[in-house]
Design a protein around this ligand. Structure first.
Ligand code: GAR
Length: 213
């Protein structure tokens, strides 16, 4: 069976969505960069092995990323899924796991990388918001896009109501992107997303370009 390592820093709802998605892969390890992440309890309740790598205990980003890479490598995963992992990764780390790193971000990238995406979307007055699964590059919340889901911004939305609506889509598209990856349907080639065959049409889901041929 293929193996997944999931990286978290907080609540872990995306990690749980992956654990419950019936993927053709086992979650071999959940690593948290924060010892107080509530997602750790969630992972334990789901029966998943966990490990804490407290980034504050490392002198430099390079040291932390080297330790993180070593912890991941112990499971020799097919894929490393960042699920609310709030750390910028060094180029060396990204190179070590090139083509095997996916991230989910709560906006339609490249709009609104970083934090407070829902409040910023409301402040800008966008009519369409959403979430993105992308391959990881050393740039924060940036990289070749695998799948996006769009949600409308509704009259009276607050950051919370919008976040809830986007999160429901996150829990849908992240397992989908990982299924495609594990089955070889999507991969990274020369820094671009390549689909073996066109993704199926799906309601309210927008797919990135970059199809084969
Ligand atoms: C999710 O909304 C995820 O998209 C976001 O953090 C949240 C984590 O929630 N990630 C980022 O902002 C990455 N830049 P979760 O811990 O419940 O999955």
């Amino acid at each position: 069976m293929q193996r997944l390592v999931v990286l978290i820093s907080g609540r872990g709802s995306n990690m749980e969505a992956l654990a419950r998605a019936g993927l053709a892969a086992e979650i071999a390890l959940v690593i948290s960069s924060d010892p107080d992440a509530t997602g750790l309890e969630r992972a334990k309740r789901l029966g998943l092995p966990t490990q804490v790598l407290d980034h504050r205990e490392y002198e430099s980003r390079d040291d932390f990323d080297a330790a993180l890479g070593d912890a991941i490598a112990t499971r020799d995963p097919d894929l490393v899924a960042l699920a609310g992992f709030m750390r910028i990764l060094t180029p060396a780390f990204v190179a070590r796991f090139e083509g095997k790193l996916l991230n989910i971000h709560p906006s339609l990238l490249p709009a609104f990388p970083g934090l407070r995406t829902h409040d910023r979307a409301l402040e800008e007055g966008v009519r369409v918001h959403g979430c993105t699964v992308h391959f990881v590059t050393p740039d924060l919340d940036h990289g070749p896009i695998v799948i996006q889901a769009a949600v409308p911004v509704l009259e009276g939305d607050t950051g919370e109501t919008l976040a809830d609506r986007v999160l429901a889509e996150e829990h849908r598209i992240y397992p989908q992107a990982i299924r495609w990856f594990l089955s070889g349907r999507v991969r990274l080639a020369s820094g671009r997303v390549v689909f073996r065959e066109p993704p199926p049409a799906g309601a309210a889901v927008l797919y990135s370009p970059g199809l084969d041929n």
